[in-house]
Design a protein around this ligand. Structure first.
Ligand code: HDD
Length: 691
């Protein structure tokens, strides 16, 4: 092998250095055409007389308009709306026993990554907080080539075979006659699909749960969904499922809040991620794997090739193997986030596929879609998609070819170039597919072992806390309630009765459907506590707290509270009636971040109302303040108040003895208050609150 082809360890900065070589800085430069010709006037087209017609000769006008006319590319057919960020991945200890993948061997190696989070149903300009599955796609730029883990925040999928993907997507996209509704599954065609394709029952339970309205991309789990294979140096293979676990814990919005945010700040999730990284808050996810020995393939009461099934963590534990740190925003959204092309078929030696029929179809779809989206077969040469290791083959030409292949030899085998480039053996790092033994007749059929649609749907339901169940019931009532067809509504009730009768009954009552029959109701009693979000670690870190305050604040009290919040990694933001600087009698100043007009209660995780009679008097005089606090209460958020601010809560009729309403009338025990306030913020929501 030539020296260049030997794989070299990558560094955290390998991808950045490569991208930097493509960046352009216009600062301080003269304007030119794309041919490098200096432009003398960018304001006026070339005309025959000042008031005369424009001239065809105006090459600059033509170039500028032509380029503008072609600035858009087709959006992704699914996952059109997304936001990408850079970072790196480090394995905690060598995984040599299980896989030969080089990026999983050495804990000192920081493999650069680019991650794109997305919604699925909506267009590029749709709202971030809609009820939907979230995409979680990671490109690892490894020394052996790009490895893409293209997953979602839900561990199972709606369908079992890729051939049904176009049908699924047609059903949840806006209806074709009027292109309504945008980024919603609450319409007839989606629920008609669900009712008539019962394999979707399990995933629908997840989609109606709080998982489908995450608080932040930083606070949701990720799953590779399919069963893949790990293969080690000795050629031993094991089945594997991948998990991402967020260090900030798993948190969600409440539905009313999610809908309001979609109007108040449609960019809520991308702004959250962008701002966290700009503020220097590292965004961290641990990578976990569940593994099943090859010999144990048939030991379970589900088929491990069925993508509508998960592997309960209590039965097959998740082994945490490394951590991903996201720490850099892209320089250019289009060049990086829009043009990044993921593909579950981008693998490295040591990672292989299973016969999951959904995965098998994906292996075709992702390269195919880039041809229309990115306009030709050379999309791998776009800077964000280039591997950081060298790549050589005899594929040439095509739209937008960037590399200049110097040799006249573009075929194999050859003698004129000593047969180069030639294949590498497994020892040299060549990718050798796992030699799984397969035999069978060619049939269009599905394995009988895929036919249990309801047991895991029921297990998911059993695993929810009461509050989580209430949210699922309400989500079904909302979604199916928006369906116009009585027949589809009834079919959904009947379908859901196979999962849980009480859920189906509550749905039937709410939408005026007939009560479901008690036939074939799942009798599964098993639960998997790991599926409940409420059982996950809770962290107050990175929570946003609105500080409601006006001129005349008490600087000592405020400083103590702000210091406590800041040192817990919580982000306090000053909200007042006007922008600028607030002042008090001691001459202290406070910069205002938002007004009551430019922010909203739904954009914060908790609120604090500052004490001092002057500030409180001004706050109380504003109707917006009352609404702000009541809305936070309604969304189960922590509310803190000190001194006279407690009186404000009483005046506006807020029940102060409720969970998560933390108050002290005396300024002398602020540190005790802070302790309680922080603990309450960590809880995130106070579900036992009486409305
Ligand atoms: Fe897919 C995009 C995840 C099934 C076909 N998919 C896409 C993205 C994610 C997923 C995260 C966005 C990537 C990005 O940010 O650019 N898809 C999944 C998961 C699936 C799944 C977790 C099931 C387990 N997908 C699936 C099937 C097919 C596709 C069965 C087709 C047979 N998916 C596509 C696509 C997309 C895509 C049409 C649109 C844009 C793109 O690929 O690059 O090819």
């Amino acid at each position: 092998m030539s020296k260049e082809q030997e794989s070299k360890p990558v560094e955290e900065t390998s991808k950045k250095k490569q991208l930097d070589s493509f960046t352009v800085d216009n600062n301080g430069q003269k304007m030119t055409t794309n041919q490098g010709l200096k432009v003398s006037d960018d304001e006026n087209s070339l005309k025959a007389g000042k008031r005369g017609p424009s001239l065809l000769e105006d090459f600059y006008l033509r170039e500028k308009i032509m380029h503008f006319d072609h600035e858009r590319i087709p959006e992704r057919v699914v996952h059109a709306r997304g936001y990408g960020v850079h970072g790196y991945f480090q394995v905690y200890e060598s995984m040599v026993e299980f896989t030969k993948a080089k990026f999983l061997q050495d804990p000192t190696v920081k493999t650069p990554v680019f991650v794109r989070f997305s919604t699925v149903a909506g267009s590029r300009g749709s709202g971030d907080t809609v009820r939907d599955v979230r995409g979680f796609a990671t490109k690892f730029y490894t020394e052996e080539g790009n490895y893409d883990l293209v997953g979602n925040n839900i561990p199972v999928f709606f369908i079992q075979d890729a051939i049904k993907f176009p049908d699924l997507v047609h059903s949840f996209k806006p209806e074709p006659n009027n292109e309504i509704p945008q980024a919603q599954t609450a319409h007839d065609t989606f629920w008609d699909f669900v009712a008539n394709n019962p394999e979707s029952a399990h995933m629908v339970m997840w989609a109606m749960s709080d998982r489908a309205i995450p608080r932040s991309y930083r606070m949701m789990e990720g799953f590779g969904v399919h069963t893949f294979r790990f293969v080690n140096k000795e050629g031993k293979s094991r089945f594997v499922k991948f998990h991402w676990k967020p260090k900030l814990g798993v948190r969600s919005l409440v539905w009313d809040e999610a809908q309001k945010i979609a109007g108040k700040d449609p960019d809520f999730h991308r702004r959250d991620l962008y701002e966290a990284i700009e503020m220097g808050q590292a965004v961290e996810f641990e990578l976990g794997v569940q593994m099943i020995e090859e010999e144990e393939e048939f030991r379970f009461d589900f088929d491990i090739l069925d993508p509508t099934k998960l592997w309960p963590e209590e039965v097959i534990p998740v082994k945490i193997i490394g951590k991903m740190t996201l720490n850099r925003n892209p320089d250019n959204y289009f060049a990086e986030t829009e043009q990044v092309a993921f593909h579950p078929g981008n693998v490295v030696p040591g990672i292989d596929f299973s016969n999951d029929p959904l995965l098998q179809g994906r292996l075709f779809s992702y390269t195919d879609t880039q041809l229309i989206r990115l306009g030709g077969p050379n999309f791998h040469e776009i800077p964000i998609n280039r591997p950081v290791c060298p790549f050589h083959n005899n594929q040439n030409d095509g739209y937008h070819r960037m590399t200049i292949n110097k040799s006249p030899i573009s075929y194999h085998k050859n003698s004129l170039q000593n047969n180069a480039p030639e294949g590498a053996t497994a020892e040299e790092g060549g990718y050798v597919h796992y030699q799984e033994k397969v035999e069978g007749r060619k049939v269009r059929a599905r394995s009988d072992s895929f036919s249990d649609y309801f047991s895991q749907a029921k297990m998911f339901w059993n695993s929810m806390t009461d509050v989580e169940k209430e949210h699922i019931i309400a989500a079904f009532q909302f979604e199916v309630g928006k369906v116009k067809s009585k027949s589809v509504q009834q079919q959904v009730v009947n379908l859901i009765s196979h999962v849980d009768l009480e859920l189906a009954q509550k749905l039937a009552i709410s939408i005026g459907a007939k009560m479901p029959e008690k036939v074939n109701v799942s009798t599964v009693t098993m639960s998997s506590p790991a599926l409940s979000q409420e059982s996950k670690i809770k962290s107050a870190k990175s929570s946003k707290v609105a500080i409601l305050v006006e001129d005349g604040f008490n600087s000592l009290e405020l400083k103590e509270v702000l210091d406590a919040l800041n040192s817990a990694g919580i982000i306090p933001q000053i909200v007042s009636s006007r922008l600028g600087v607030l002042r008090n009698e001691d001459g202290q100043e406070l910069d205002v971040s938002y007004t009551l007009l430019t922010s909203d209660s739904v954009l914060f995780d908790a609120i604090y109302i500052a004490g001092s009679s002057k500030s409180v008097k001004k706050l109380i005089a504003q109707k917006e303040v009352e609404d702000f606090i009541h809305e936070a209460f309604k969304h189960y958020k922590t509310i803190g108040a000190v001194g006279e601010a407690v009186g404000l809560l009483e005046t506006i009729g807020l029940p102060i003895n409720q969970p998560g309403v933390i108050t002290t009338k005396s300024n002398s025990n602020i540190s005790e208050f802070n302790e309680e306030f922080l603990k309450a913020i960590q809880e995130h929501r106070h579900w036992t609150r009486q409305m």
